[in-house]
Write a protein that binds this ligand. Structure first.
Ligand SMILES: O=C(CO)[C@H](O)[C@H](O)COP(=O)(O)O
Length: 178
């Protein structure tokens, strides 16, 4: 059975998404296009979260996101457990993102890449396996350290859990949860 790869973009990545969808199909993949369906202005998080959710929950092994710089998409995607979204602007970065970081989401900075460059990056990411070994331990620490930090914070401030909500100056969350 063909592997199905979810892809998504915002308006800045729309044109590249259309090209990479065709490129993926030419390479024998099924493409799960999560949008958008035009280059009308849109918000990257609306597209990053559904794609990252598919990878986080194991519905898809890997996915591809595109926005102008790649940064907004990576911020949103990396909030999902088990998602390692890597912004890659050269094939060598994509290769190392696989070999060292086991990147399961490729994020492309569409405003800074030609179609040809994007395809070269895509090919490097698709073809490169994870090296494992010492990198396995480092990747595990991303999540175990995160969990330990959350536990530590809860121990020190049992009645004051900070969650997503109103953003104060500097973008810090100030809403208290029950
Ligand atoms: O790169 C991005 C996020 O990281 C966006 O694509 C970019 O911010 C969109 O900008 P504009 O609304 O000015 O087209």
């Amino acid at each position: 059975m063909k592997e199905s790869i979810p892809i998504a973009a915002d308006h800045a990545g729309f044109e590249l998404k259309e090209k990479l969808r065709a490129a993926l199909e030419r390479r024998g993949f099924a493409v799960d296009d999560l949008g958008p369906s035009s280059d009308a202005s849109t918000d990257y998080a609306d597209y990053a979260h559904p794609l990252a959710d598919r990878v986080s929950t194991g519905q898809a092994a890997r996915g591809i996101l595109m926005c102008g710089t790649g940064l907004g998409m990576s911020y949103a995607a990396n909030r999902h457990p088990h998602v390692r979204a890597a912004v890659a602007w050269a094939p060598e970065i994509a290769e190392l993102a696989r070999r060292h970081n086991d990147a399961n989401v490729l994020v492309l900075p569409a405003r800074f890449l030609s179609e040809e460059e994007a395809e070269q990056i895509l090919d490097a990411w698709l073809a490169t396996p994870f090296d494992g070994g010492r990198h396995e331990r480092r990747i595990e620490k991303i999540e175990t350290t995160d969990a330990a930090r959350a536990e530590e914070a809860a121990r020190h401030h049992p009645d004051h859990r900070v969650g997503l909500g109103e953003q104060g100056p500097g973008g810090h969350a100030h809403e208290e949860l029950e």
